[in-house]
Each structure stands twice: as structure tokens, then as C-alpha cells.
Design a protein around this ligand. Structure first.
Ligand code: AMP
Ligand code: MG
Length: 412
């Protein structure tokens, strides 16, 4: 047990080797979900001029003082101002302008009276309008800069851009934005037993699922996966695959399989030959064997072959590295749940696939029946990964454990 490396120690060592990617400037309409690389400062007010908040009449407030239904103010309508106009009109006392929502409010207008409070009729415009109410100064006038003011930081470095952020950047005329690059991740499965998903099975063969699962996890984490063809269990094939991986100028390389003690597990040997590798046996279940290193400065993860081990080692050790490259946070929820059945553990930190059930304020975790690291189905039916810490031999029913939530619906 002592030869197994603590999970947090392993993660610390990995993160120590990971540096943030550089930035790129991209069109605003492709920036949703990307991480902003610099503060964006508004260079102008928005709106840039006072605008009418209503369809109605622009007036001078003194002209409507004391006006009511019984005692309307009667004003001469001297102009129409539509949204988009740049009116030259200057009101004199006793005058009004017909004005639309969003139109620039001329300087001389000190309030806008909504059309409902007048006898105005857009269909039959008349030379005069009756105003049935008085108004406070600036009523229904949105001041310049009501939305954002010049000099404000309207989007912060490190923010993951949401639709409203994209919108405000458009308001500010920011047609291109500096963002962190997305990690380009080359992924490959190794194993003579593997065939592609679109190939017929023959005796002794199984379909490769790791490559596509990993690619999906990379995408979900915000990276860009590149999948290589299945790699045969020969030194030559493994060497060629890593050389080919490097041709893609990736930010990370991930392989699955071939890192155990089997006769044809060549990943470690080849990485040692063309790069630098640390091979670790990690105090983690599932997912004990793991190779981590660098191939010409590109971080490399050699994950185990079993599909659940692939998912757990990715979640625990690879994803944090990927997120660090892209300066992203992890949005997977961790909750506390009550274990419903006692389970034996072997002292490794164990990620148990569990079904979750909410009952009142409590969350209950029931281990799924098959916990084999080869049974990917356990990840399909699980709602979460319950974490049994290191050094525990028996996790007792009724005890509280942290759970990584894998499915929506257990947020609170
Ligand atoms: P290995 O670490 O290469 O010995 O693989 C461990 C187990 O995982 C074996 O049962 C493999 O058949 C299985 N395995 C390895 N790679 C994959 C893959 N890409 N898809 C599905 N199963 C795999
Ligand atoms: Mg293998």
C-alpha cells in the first residue's frame, strides 16, 4: 500500500507541470463559453444619448405643470422623432414633439408623456395634442450611460462568456474578443483487441469506447479533441502513434491502455524513449496505474484501459490539468450524501458509482450493483461518484460521504 501515491500528491505534481495556454482573438459571435483573456473596458456610454423610454410626446415640464384630464395642457406638435433620427428640433414653450421609444430625446425636451396620457393618435396625427398629466423633470427619459458608462469594466478577465456578456460586448462595439485558447488534445486508444465502433466484431475483439468517451469529456471541459486511429500493441505502432500525435501540435496527449504490467504494455517504455515519464501507481480505485510525463513539452497522460478507470482518472487527474490550461473552473457539483449500504473498501481512495435519491433535505446514495472498472454501464446508470477516502476498510451505511454529481436534478 505504501508504494501507492496519494491522489492529491499526484494531482499537485501534475498541476505543477501545467502552464496556462496563450490567447487568441476571435469574432464575438464565436465566443460563447470561452474564457476572456483581458478586462474589456467600455470606451463610450450606452446609450450614447438620452432616449425616450416610451412612445409619446416630448414636452417642456413647465408646460404640463398642473395638467389633468379635466384641465389638459394643449401643445403644438412641431415635429416627429423616430428611433434612429438625429433631430434638429428645438422646442419653444407651448410646443411638443411626437417621439418613439428608443428615439434620441432633443435637448429642449425635459419629459416624455406616454401616449396613453394624451389624446394623441398615431394614425391620425393632429397639429395639437392634449396632455392629461403633469410630469417630473426627465420623466421617461433614459439618460445617456444608463446601461453602461465609458470607463467601466464590462467583462472581466477570466470570465466564461455567457449570452448576456456577449450581448453587452456587442453593445460596446467589441466585434472581436481576446480569449484563452482551447486545449487541443490528441487522444488514442491502444489495444489489439479493439475495433472501431463501425467495424464488425470478430472473436476476441471488443469495440473501442475509451477514445470517444475521452473526446467527449475533453469537449465537455472546453477543449478540442483529436482522435487518432486505434494503436496496435507493438512498440513500432505505439512509437509511430506518439510521433503522429506530436505532429498535431497538441496541448495535451492522452492514451488509454497499455500502461499495466502486461507483456504488450509498451506505452511507458516508448514514452521513456522519446520523452520523460513518471509512472505512478496511484492510491485510487478504479484507476491505479497511470503514466504522466512530457513528450517534447507536451503533457502526456497514459490512462489505464478499463473504461470506468479512464473516466475516473480523467475526472480526478486529467480534467484539472485541462482546466488549468484554459483557466476554467470545474462546474461538477459536489454534494454530501448518506450511504445506504455498507461497502468494503481496500484502503485506496475509491470512487463508487451510486444512485442518488432525495428525501426531504437528505440525499441518499445507493451503490450500483456492478462496480467493475470494466463495466461502463455502471457510469451510465450512476447519478454520482461517491468518494470513500483513503484508509477506510469498511464504509458503513448511514455515514456521510462526498459525491461528485453526474446527473442534473440533485442541485439542492
Ligand atoms: P490494458 O490496460 O491495456 O491492459 O486494458 C485493460 C482492460 O481495458 C482490458 O480488458 C482492455 O480490453 C480494456 N480496454 C482497453 N482499452 C479499451 C478501449 N479503448 N475500449 C474498451 N476497453 C478497453
Ligand atoms: Mg491493452
Amino acid at each position: 500500500m505504501s508504494d501507492l501515491m496519494n491522489v492529491d500528491v499526484a494531482l499537485g505534481r501534475i498541476l505543477n507541470e501545467i502552464t496556462r495556454l496563450n490567447t487568441e482573438t476571435i469574432p464575438l459571435d464565436t465566443a460563447l463559453g470561452r474564457v476572456l483573456a483581458a478586462d474589456i473596458i467600455a470606451s463610450e456610454d450606452s446609450p450614447p444619448f438620452p432616449t425616450s423610454a416610451m412612445d409619446g410626446f416630448g414636452v417642456i415640464v413647465e408646460d404640463v405643470a398642473g395638467a389633468s384630464r379635466d384641465n389638459p395642457a394643449v401643445l403644438d406638435v412641431v415635429a416627429d422623432v423616430q428611433a434612429g433620427d438625429s433631430p434638429m428640433v428645438k422646442l419653444s414653450r407651448g410646443q411638443a414633439v411626437r417621439i418613439m421609444t428608443g428615439a434620441l430625446v432633443p435637448d429642449s425636451v425635459t419629459a416624455v408623456i406616454p401616449i396613453e396620457q394624451t389624446d394623441g393618435d398615431w394614425q391620425n396625427p393632429r397639429p395639437q395634442v392634449r396632455i392629461y398629466t403633469d410630469a417630473a423633470s426627465n420623466a421617461n427619459i433614459r439618460p445617456a450611460g444608463e446601461n453602461i458608462s465609458a470607463g467601466w469594466v464590462i467583462a472581466h478577465r477570466g470570465a466564461t462568456l455567457r449570452p448576456q456578456d456577449i450581448g453587452i460586448l456587442a453593445v460596446a462595439g467589441q466585434s472581436r474578443v481576446p480569449v484563452l485558447r482551447q486545449s487541443r488534445v490528441v487522444i488514442m486508444s491502444t489495444g489489439d483487441e479493439l475495433v472501431r465502433v463501425d467495424q464488425p466484431l470478430k472473436p476476441g475483439k471488443i469495440r473501442d469506447c475509451n477514445c470517444i468517451t475521452l473526446a467527449s469529456m475533453v469537449t465537455a471541459a472546453g477543449g478540442i479533441p483529436y482522435r487518432l486511429p486505434i494503436v496496435a500493441d507493438t512498440r513500432e505502432a505505439v512509437r509511430a502513434a506518439f510521433e503522429y500525435a506530436l505532429d498535431h501540435q497538441p496541448d495535451m496527449i492522452i492514451s488509454s491502455g497499455g500502461v499495466s504490467m502486461g507483456a504488450v504494455d509498451f506505452v511507458r517504455e516508448i514514452i521513456e524513449e522519446i520523452g520523460a515519464v513518471d509512472f505512478w501507481r496511484i492510491n485510487l480505485k478504479p484507476g491505479k496505474p497511470l503514466a504522466f510525463g512530457k513528450l517534447r513539452d507536451v503533457p502526456f497522460f497514459g490512462l489505464p484501459g478499463n473504461p470506468v478507470s479512464v473516466m475516473v482518472t480523467f475526472d480526478v487527474l486529467v480534467k484539472p490539468a485541462l482546466l488549468k490550461q484554459m483557466n476554467r473552473g470545474d462546474h461538477l457539483l459536489t454534494r454530501t450524501a448518506i450511504l445506504q449500504k455498507s461497502v468494503k473498501s481496500d484502503g485506496r481512495r475509491t470512487y463508487l458509482r451510486v444512485k442518488l435519491k432525495k428525501e426531504g433535505a437528505n440525499l441518499y446514495a445507493d451503490p450500483v450493483p456492478v462496480q467493475s472498472s470494466g463495466a461502463l454501464w455502471s457510469m451510465v446508470i450512476a447519478d454520482g461518484l461517491l468518494i470513500i477516502p483513503e484508509g477506510i476498510e469498511q464504509a458503513q451505511a448511514g455515514e456521510l460521504y462526498s459525491v461528485r454529481v453526474l446527473r442534473a436534478g440533485f442541485e439542492e
